[in-house]
Design a protein around this ligand. Structure first.
Ligand SMILES: Nc1ncnc2c1ncn2[C@@H]1O[C@H](COP(=O)(O)OP(=O)(O)OP(=O)(O)O)[C@@H](O)[C@H]1O
Length: 232
């Protein structure tokens, strides 16, 4: 379970995030939406202790992420290309992660098998370094890496961006299957309302760092989000 309390991030005079309380239970597929600059990436970065909050606390299973290390074995994430070792081939990268997570070759092979359709024959055996893959294929490496090591929660920033339509559909299936089979909690930020509405149990709408909607009824998500984003 992820708990946020009194979280604020202030840059100079600007408060870019202000979340009094947010609790994300185990196995929830949590969608985060909001216009450019709303604070989605900042929230994810603070949750992963990549950026320090000005005030407040993020807890993963009762552990403050800015103080402990144990949570790192429970959380996988892909925010951007900076999280990868782009000078490695995908195989070399996955194998390095396999060693970090103390997985066997067989564990890694089983994990890779889950991504066969998603990779579409373009990732493994491509004889390319990660940096030389297309943007969409780099994203696929990052997403597969985020799900390696049996994390309890996976944070994905704009996972559908740069993916072709078939890959977007395959990713939605992968997320739903991981959630159903292993009760993985997913936190997904996206500008694609249709995708998040389809797969998320709950969607929070951020505006200028504030949570202005917290929606958990499927039939209301479409109406509420369309009316908010319809700039007509
Ligand atoms: N290092 C920084 N210094 C100053 N301001 C920053 C810094 N990092 C982020 N911000 C500001 O924080 C606000 C939130 O940015 P953030 O990237 O979290 O938004 P976002 O919702 O992820 O946007 P997008 O949809 O465009 O990716 C923006 O106004 C941004 O300019």
């Amino acid at each position: 379970m992820i708990k946020i309390n009194g979280l604020k991030k202030i840059y100079g005079e600007a408060t870019v995030l202000n979340i009094p309380e947010l609790i994300i239970p185990k196995s929830q597929c949590f969608g985060l939406v909001g216009n450019n600059g709303a604070g989605k990436t900042t929230l994810f970065r603070i949750m992963l202790d990549l950026v320090r909050a000005t005030e407040g606390i993020v807890m993963v299973d009762e552990e403050d992420v800015s103080k402990g290390e144990q949570w790192k074995t429970k959380v996988g994430a892909y925010l951007d290309e900076n999280m990868l070792l782009s000078y490695l081939s995908p195989e070399e990268y996955f194998n390095a992660l396999r060693k970090i997570y103390h997985l066997s070759d067989q564990d890694l092979n089983l994990h890779m098998e889950k991504f066969t359709d998603f990779f579409n024959g373009e990732i493994l055996g491509s004889k390319k370094y990660i940096r030389d893959l297309s943007k969409g294929n780099i994203k696929k490496v990052g997403i597969a890496a985020a799900m390696l090591g049996n994390p309890e929660a996976v944070l994905l920033d704009e996972p559908f961006e740069n993916l072709d339509p078939s890959s977007q559909i395959r990713l939605k299936k992968l997320i739903l299957k991981e959630k159903a089979d292993h009760q993985v909690t997913f936190l997904i930020s996206s500008h694609d309302l249709n995708h998040v509405i389809e797969i998320c149990d709950r969607i929070v709408l951020l505006e200028k760092g504030q949570m202005i909607k917290d929606l958990d009824e499927k039939n209301k998500m479409t109406e509420e989000l369309n009316s908010y984003f319809n700039v007509g």
